[in-house]
Design a protein around this ligand. Structure first.
Ligand code: ADE
Length: 232
């Protein structure tokens, strides 16, 4: 691999990775600081995109245009949708979609972007295998799931909304950036993977759990990402 882009939405999700880097050069674009350098012996660009789909999509586009990355990895946290998934477990994306895309009135199924060829954006299977292996190595105590991740510009913290997203899309996790990164990567023919540690269950307890478990979940996701880069 030549250069790998690593996106985290929030500073807490990338600060540790930035600290591990050597030979760092910082380039600013669209109010985002891109940290170019070496992580575990590999060329990477680590960046905090900011929260939400517009920030994330722009960030992925800059990684493709300016840094010509060969792959994009998104590390962070998410709400769990599947009852078997515990807080702290990892979900690796099989595919991603926008749960808040709704052109039903035009005859499209919920989630489908009008006039695009695909319903969801497929993540790269080789990156997913590498992430699953890295997770076994560094986080053997937790479960790793492979499944769909649904994204929207909403923090999901109501059982009713959680149920709608789960039943409509069969998603394993919900967050606020993955589908935008996947879409931008797909449009640029760049392989991608979304790696999310579960910080809450996206229901009425989400706010409380999120504050309590955010740091531990981020640690799982960061450890996995660093080992995966080392192994690539
Ligand atoms: N990120 C972490 N938890 C989330 C939730 N419940 N909804 C959306 N994004 C999240």
């Amino acid at each position: 691999m030549n250069c790998i882009g690593i996106i985290g939405a929030m500073e807490q999700e990338v600060s540790r990775l930035k600290e591990m880097m050597e030979d760092v050069r910082i380039t600013s674009r669209a109010s985002m600081d891109f940290y170019e350098g070496i992580l575990k012996g590999k060329k990477v660009v680590v960046v905090r995109s900011g929260v939400g789909k517009v920030n994330a999509g722009m960030c992925a586009q800059i990684l493709a245009d300016v840094f010509q990355v060969e792959a994009i990895i998104n590390t962070g946290i998410a709400g769990g949708l599947n009852n078997d998934i515990n807080i702290g477990d990892i979900v690796l994306s099989t595919d991603v979609l926008h749960h808040d895309m709704n052109a039903v009135g035009f005859g499209y199924p919920k989630g489908q972007i009008p006039q695009m060829d695909v319903f969801s954006f497929q993540a790269d299977a080789a990156l997913r295998d590498a992430a699953a292996k890295a997770c076994q190595e560094v986080n053997p105590e937790i479960q790793v799931f492979e499944g769909r991740i649904a994204s929207g510009d909403q923090f999901i913290c109501e059982q009713k909304v959680k149920d709608e997203i789960t039943n409509e899309f069969g998603a394993f996790a919900v967050e606020m950036e993955g589908a935008a990164i996947g879409q931008a990567a797909w449009l640029n023919h760049v392989p991608f993977l979304i790696i999310r540690a579960i910080s809450d269950k996206a229901d009425g307890s989400a706010h409380m759990d999120y504050s309590a478990f955010e740091a531990a979940a981020i640690e799982h996701s960061v450890k996995l990402t660093a080992r995966m880069i080392e192994n690539l």
